[in-house]
Design a protein around this ligand. Structure first.
Ligand SMILES: Cc1ncc(COP(=O)(O)O)c(C=O)c1O
Length: 399
């Protein structure tokens, strides 16, 4: 074996971004002249607010192009703390915030700071795909508590199942609320119940709340609502979704200041700091609350359109997404009739109708196998055209 082939064992088991496979397939189909409708992309389609773009440009023109502190700009850390106070009434201080290159890096810092070989990390099934991958990369074992679906209400967590899946090796529970891919929004009782379990059992709660602005029904219950959050919560959020800044690569962690210091050391030894002028832009973004609200209102209208079109379709089932910009469509009947997996469903749907969806089986572990995820972050006419093609596809598949 050539030295260049001797990868670290844990790297060999790491899956790539599996959602990109479907984008690749979509490009192939588009090259044949098909007008592709893409429900696959997990990012808002509106521009980054002008005030953020202007601030970043100004920073560049002012020569603000050097390293910043590993923890991020003090002003931005303070702005994050102020924003959390305003939105959640939380008492976060800037010493309890680290700015990172994207929320994915926030998650990575959280895992790297606490998870070691032999540990178990409890995830909800289905979960955002990278939690399990990063846990495994660090030598830990992902375990799963099932999310349960109640028709008409959507998905929720099952605290009894959580209890039964914990072991003395469980180091961390990872919660994603609101949830990608299920679009679930947990209620106060669920969040408080989970917090109670984490505290009683001495387990960390990593809470990824990156979709917390995209709420259409109900109220956000945050992990930061508990006044003792400093003892066990690692809170993750970011700029990617809220401010349509996916390519800027900015996220943040909130945790006890001792954790943030350690994360700063990790940052200093790996990526040094987040991008300097992007951080200045992010400072501006906090002044664009009106634009964020407009985007959420727009997405709510789109949510109504996609729900209207798909909920009445025979052979599939959809609960009204309460949050995020995803519709998690159950396609069990089609899969049973045809013998396909969700992956095959998605591939055939692209090939035959030029419609991109993400099969639920990319979100571990088992629950997603009968679902496909559709992002409704696209124009209403496209949603209508795409759902029309899906309806044809479902009808044809069911024969
Ligand atoms: C649940 C969840 N967490 C984190 C991220 C990553 O966000 P970022 O682009 O800021 O790294 C995403 C992006 O799709 C996500 O869906």
């Amino acid at each position: 074996m050539r030295p260049i082939e001797r990868f670290a064992p844990n790297l060999n088991s790491l899956a790539g971004e599996s959602t990109l496979v479907y984008q690749e397939k979509a490009r192939e189909v588009a090259a044949r002249g098909v007008k592709v409708i893409n429900f696959g992309i997990g990012q808002p389609d509106v521009p980054t607010p002008a005030v953020a773009r202007e601030e970043a440009k100004l920073a560049l023109d002012q020569g603000f192009t050097g390293y910043t502190s590993a923890l991020g700009l003090e002003e931005l850390r303070q702005a994050v703390a102020d924003d959390l106070k305003e939105r959640l009434g939380s008492d976060v201080r800037k010493e309890e915030v680290i700015i990172t290159p994207g929320a994915k890096m926030s998650l990575f810092l959280a895992f790297a700071a606490f998870v070691a070989p032999g540990d178990e990390v409890l995830l909800f099934d289905p979960a955002f795909y990278s939690y399990a991958e990063v846990a495994r990369l660090l030598g830990a074992r992902p375990t799963y508590a099932k999310m349960r679906r109640e028709s008409g209400k959507g998905f929720s967590i099952d605290l009894e199942d959580v209890q039964s899946k914990l072991s003395p090796k469980t180091k961390m529970i990872v919660l994603n609320n609101p949830s990608n891919p299920t679009a679930a929004l947990l209620d106060k009782k669920e969040v408080e119940g989970l917090a109670q379990i984490a505290k009683e059992r001495g387990i960390l709660l990593l809470s990824d709340e990156i979709y917390d602005h995209f709420i259409y029904e109900g109220e956000m219950a945050s992990s930061l609502d508990d006044s003792s959050w400093r003892d066990y919560v690692i809170y993750v959020n970011g700029f990617s979704k809220t401010f349509s800044m996916t390519g800027w690569r900015l996220g943040y962690v909130v945790a006890d200041s001792s954790v943030i210091k350690k994360m700063g050391t990790l940052a200093a030894n790996t990526y040094t700091c987040p991008n300097s002028f992007a951080q200045r832009g992010a400072l501006g973004a906090f002044r664009a609350k009106g634009e964020v609200q407009q985007m959420v209102d727009l997405f709510k209208r789109r949510r109504d359109v996609i729900y209207g079109e798909l909920s009445s379709l025979k052979g599939v089932s959809l609960d009204k997404p309460r949050a995020t910009f995803y519709a998690f469509l159950e396609v069990t009947q089609v899969l049973k009739t045809t013998g396909w997996s969700a992956k095959q469903f998605s591939i055939k749907l692209i090939e035959e109708k030029g419609v991109v969806t993400i099969p639920g089986d990319v979100f571990p572990e088992n629950v997603g196998r009968n679902y496909v995820r559709l992002s409704f972050a696209l124009a209403e006419d496209k949603i209508r055209e795409g759902t029309k093609r899906i309806a044809e596809f479902v009808r044809e598949s069911l024969g």
